[in-house]
Design a protein around this ligand. Structure first.
Ligand code: 5GP
Ligand code: ZN
Length: 115
């Protein structure tokens, strides 16, 4: 069984592209939780934060610099936005390819958690 987000990056599964560079791909979440809900993924498959070490840490810089570009291009930068990484089972991670959620487009996104 392949990785859904790797298949999206390869174009084998369709997605609505928001941003792309040599190392990063970003697309609309299929089930948005806010007016703007973008998923930002690295083209290198890594399961989640638990697999980070000093050798692959530039993945995080690539992801967050892309978040900044996306915030600018989607108009989120002015009012602010939320960035979420669900890491592991208790964190709510269901797709096991590290990804950053970028959420915004409301005057107030509300409390950080509603458990
Ligand atoms: P997680 O819970 O792993 O942090 O988030 C996975 C996200 O991927 C969810 O917000 C879900 O809506 C999104 N997602 C799942 N399958 C697809 C898909 O096939 N296409 C897109 N664009 N998003 C997906
Ligand atoms: Zn993958």
């Amino acid at each position: 069984m392949g990785c859904l987000f790797c298949n999206i990056i390869k174009g084998e599964v369709p997605s609505k592209k928001i941003y792309e560079n040599e190392r990063v791909y970003a697309f609309e979440d299929i089930n948005p939780c806010a007016p703007v809900h973008v998923l930002v993924v690295h083209k290198t498959h890594i399961r989640n934060i638990d697999e980070l070490d000093h050798s692959n840490a530039p993945i995080m810089a690539d992801l967050f610099l892309a978040v900044k570009e996306i915030a600018r291009s989607t108009g989120l930068e002015a009012d602010g936005y939320r960035v979420i990484i669900n890491n592991g089972k208790a964190g709510g991670q269901v797709i096991w390819h590290l990804h950053v959620h970028v959420l915004g487009g409301l005057p107030d996104l509300g409390p950080m958690l509603s458990v």
